[in-house]
Design a protein around this ligand. Structure first.
Ligand SMILES: NC(=O)C1=CN([C@@H]2O[C@H](COP(=O)(O)OP(=O)(O)OC[C@H]3O[C@@H](n4cnc5c(N)ncnc54)[C@H](O)[C@@H]3O)[C@@H](O)[C@H]2O)[C@@H](O)CC1
Ligand SMILES: Nc1ncnc2c1ncn2[C@@H]1O[C@H](COP(=O)(O)OP(=O)(O)O)[C@@H](O)[C@H]1O
Ligand SMILES: [K+]
Length: 492
């Protein structure tokens, strides 16, 4: 059993591939082995989370997830605790393994009661696992609420009940911890998954992984970037930010600042409000140019940041010329509304890579669906958009998904709701442009920047509000320690 941390990349398996892993493992093991291992691991982790608990509430469901719960109850009882099981199922419909575990729990005197105990030191959510396919109703919904609001540690076995393991949708138990079994599931890390799952632990139940290919990967921390002594500013690429229509200059400056701190050799800004005069002295390391006169052929362009309607007219040239390109915000909206621009985007192909950075509403416009359709299956939405437009796609939000044609999508494990503040998307666009300028391929550039962007938010000093301007100044190369921007207080 181990805690899931971003020190390494983790394969993610959907329910269909998990069923294959289960079947292959079960074929070489004696019956009931996997459930016994799952229950023992769950009981061990529960005890570690609440070492002083005298009793536990174990909410069991009608299938094999409930069986894991009975098995955990069996162990907790033999270790001297007083587990109380509430059970949603009926004996006649219980799967064979779960029936065996129910009998083991009953044989050592585990109490099965109609209602949860008034007090308990820890709760185990064993209502539904990967078999969960519809919203919880009736008693299951009541227990979900009770589990989520009990004020004690809640350990979900395999997945928090109510959560779709593939997509992270569904009103689910809010666990403090999840022990997931056999393989990690994408739904634990995107959409509602991160809020529902809490801290994720993994047990492979002694089954060697790797036999069934994953459907996605949980991204890992990027390697430390070593820059050669014998390099110069030209080695690290030129970034051009095109955006900043009247009233929205700030967005372009945020992207440009982030690109600069992210390691770009030179950063140009083509402001669409036409007047950069007042900015020259205040932003000494940025170079302001007329956007129509920037020579984009050798530049890594971030386009859209605060671009307003004015960006639309610039897009044909940007799409034709930019060496590599990050498209954000208003640029995406303009492309969503114009099939000719979509064609130009597809024409860029692999030779001149493009990264799109939509939030869910922008992705919905590009796909011509509702935002709920995007959020219902974020991996699929990102994958589809990438294939349609021939681009790398960064679908932002909790559990950002990065997808590119022909590659396994990545789910990002860092970031938090502190980023839900205006301008942090512009910072991300600049960071990706800097990684492209450093010569990274688009999927790697996007994954590295998204990881670093979220990591900065995760390490933001407690009690200090995150602002996009401070975030942009805190950006640094992978593996380097960042200097706190002025005004920061507290240790990180
Ligand atoms: N099969 C195996 O090899 C193993 C299974 N294990 C456990 O078994 C779980 C999967 O078990 P199951 O396939 O029995 O599925 P679940 O226990 O997740 O769900 C049981 C059944 O409940 C019904 N159901 C689903 N959602 C419902 C809802 N909202 N309201 C009412 N009924 C609902 C469905 O018919 C589903 O098949 C895993 O998540 C894991 O916890 C582990 O013991 C490890 C080994
Ligand atoms: N609740 C959240 N958890 C994790 N990341 C978030 C959350 N809310 C926003 N973010 C991140 O913050 C950034 C916001 O980008 P965006 O929506 O484009 O905002 P803006 O256009 O104001 O810059 C994205 O990188 C997104 O993934
Ligand atoms: K569960």
């Amino acid at each position: 059993m181990e805690r899931v941390t971003p020190e390494r990349e983790w394969p993610l398996h959907d329910v269909a591939s998990l069923r294959r892993i289960e079947a292959e493992a079960a074929a070489s093991l004696s019956p009931h082995t996997l459930m016994q291992r799952a229950g023992l691991a769950s009981a061990r982790l529960a005890l570690a989370l609440a070492p002083h608990a005298r009793n536990a509430w174990i909410a069991c469901g009608p299938g094999n997830n409930g069986g894991d719960g009975f098995e955990a109850a069996f162990h907790l009882k033999t270790w001297g605790l007083e587990p109380v099981v509430t059970w949603l199922g009926t004996a006649d419909r219980l799967p064979t393994d779960a029936r065996a575990s129910l009998q083991r729990a009953q044989s050592v005197g585990v109490a099965i009661q109609p209602d949860p105990p008034a007090r308990y030191g820890i709760a185990i959510d064993a209502l539904f696992g990967i078999g969960s396919r519809k919203p919880l109703e009736g008693t299951a919904a009541r227990w979900r609420e009770r589990l989520s609001t009990g004020g004690v540690p809640v350990l979900a076995i395999d997945v928090p009940s109510g959560l779709d393991a593939d997509t992270g949708r569904g009103l689910a138990v809010r666990a403090t911890h999840t022990l997931t079994l056999l393989a990690l599931k994408p739904g634990l890390f995107t959409a509602g998954g991160r809020d529902a799952a809490g801290e994720v632990w993994f047990d492979d139940l002694g089954v060697a992984g790797g036999i069934v290919p994953p459907v996605a990967r949980l991204a890992a921390e990027p390697a430390v970037e070593q820059r050669a002594h014998a390099s110069h500013k030209g080695s690290w690429g030129d970034v051009a930010v095109i955006g900043g229509a009247p009233g929205m200059r700030g967005a372009a400056l945020l992207a440009a600042t982030a690109a600069l701190h992210g390691g770009a050799g030179r950063v140009y800004v083509g402001l669409l409000d036409g007047d950069a005069g007042t900015l020259h002295g205040q932003q000494p390391d940025l170079m302001f140019r007329d956007p129509d006169r920037l020579d984009l052929d050798d530049m890594h362009v971030a386009c859209g940041c605060g671009g307003g309607d004015a960006v639309r007219a610039r897009l044909p040239r940007v799409l034709e010329a930019a060496a590599s390109l990050v498209l954000d915000a208003d640029a995406l909206n303009a492309i969503a509304a114009d099939p000719a621009l979509q064609e130009k985007l597809r024409d860029r192909g692999e030779g001149r890579p493009t990264v799109l950075t939509p939030h869910p509403l922008e992705a919905a416009r590009l796909l011509q669906v509702g935002v709920d359709d995007v959020q219902r299956d974020r991996l699929q939405a990102a994958r589809l958009l990438g294939e349609r437009l021939g681009c790398c796609v960064v679908l932002k939000g909790s559990g950002t998904v990065v997808a590119a044609p022909g590659a396994l999508p990545h789910v990002n494990p860092t970031g938090n709701a502190r980023l839900a503040v205006a301008g942090t998307g512009d910072v991300l666009a600049g960071m990706i442009a800097a990684r492209l300028a450093a010569g990274r391929p688009p999927l790697a550039a996007a994954c590295e920047a998204v990881f670093a962007h979220g990591r900065l938010a995760d390490r933001w000093p407690a009690g200090s509000h995150l602002t996009a301007a401070e975030l942009a100044r805190a950006v640094h190369l992978p593996g380097e320690v960042s200097l706190p921007p002025s005004g920061w207080t507290g240790a990180r």
